[in-house]
Ligand binder design. Structure first.
Ligand SMILES: [Fe+2]
Ligand SMILES: [Fe+2]
Length: 197
């Protein structure tokens, strides 16, 4: 294995709490497994997984302040629900603290909580990996999503988005507009594929 990856893991282990670190490693491996399945660059997938939650070590107020300090734009939805900012701040940290210059990796980290319209293959790999990594156990549809992820990534993405939206609605949580737009866009992608099949 690339020694820099080992060093990076050691560093993240010190920075993140135990469960966040274990989740991070799970997502990183799952990103690589999906990259194998869908013919994507393994190293880029691994990096996206390793850094995706690097800003989660901060509380909401600190994240808000750090975003302001670094001039990162904050939407109304993010102001209402600052935990969403860990994706945006995480992408900033990956670039500016850890020297990741690859835009595909940075973009995937930035949209990993909400998704977005026009998601790339790496965006989808990280989004799905974050939901299905082996340490997750709460969602009722995990068995089905883990199976679907390796059969049809777009459909897995859509199903995960729909179940997250259902959950947010039922729990009366703040919903970021990007989550709704991402789901609508993925619906279009899946439907247009079905029509041409
Ligand atoms: Fe996250
Ligand atoms: Fe995560």
């Amino acid at each position: 294995m690339d020694t820099s990856v080992i060093e990076l893991r050691k560093h993240l282990k010190k920075k993140l709490d135990v469960s966040r670190y274990e989740h991070t490693i799970g997502v990183s491996y799952m990103c690589q497994a999906l990259a194998m399945r869908y013919g994507y660059d393994l190293h880029k997938a691994e990096m996206a997984g390793l850094f995706h939650d690097c800003a989660k070590k901060y509380d909401d107020t600190t994240m808000l302040n750090k975003c302001l300090e670094h001039g990162l734009p904050i939407t109304e939805d993010e102001r209402e629900e600052p935990s969403l900012l860990h994706a945006k701040l995480g992408a900033w940290m990956a670039e500016n603290k850890y020297g990741i210059k690859d835009k595909d990796i940075l973009n995937a980290i930035e949209c990993h909580t909400t998704g977005k319209t026009g998601m790339s293959l790496l965006d989808k790999i990280l989004y799905v990996a974050d939901y299905i990594e082996p340490g997750r156990y709460k969602a009722g549809n995990l068995t089905e999503m883990r199976r679907l992820a390796f059969l049809d990534l777009d459909r897995a993405c859509l199903s995960i988005m729909e179940s997250i939206l259902d959950y947010l609605h039922s729990a009366k949580c703040q919903i970021d507009q990007k989550t709704i737009q991402a789901c609508e866009d993925m619906k279009r992608v899946v439907n247009s594929r079905s029509e041409s099949e």
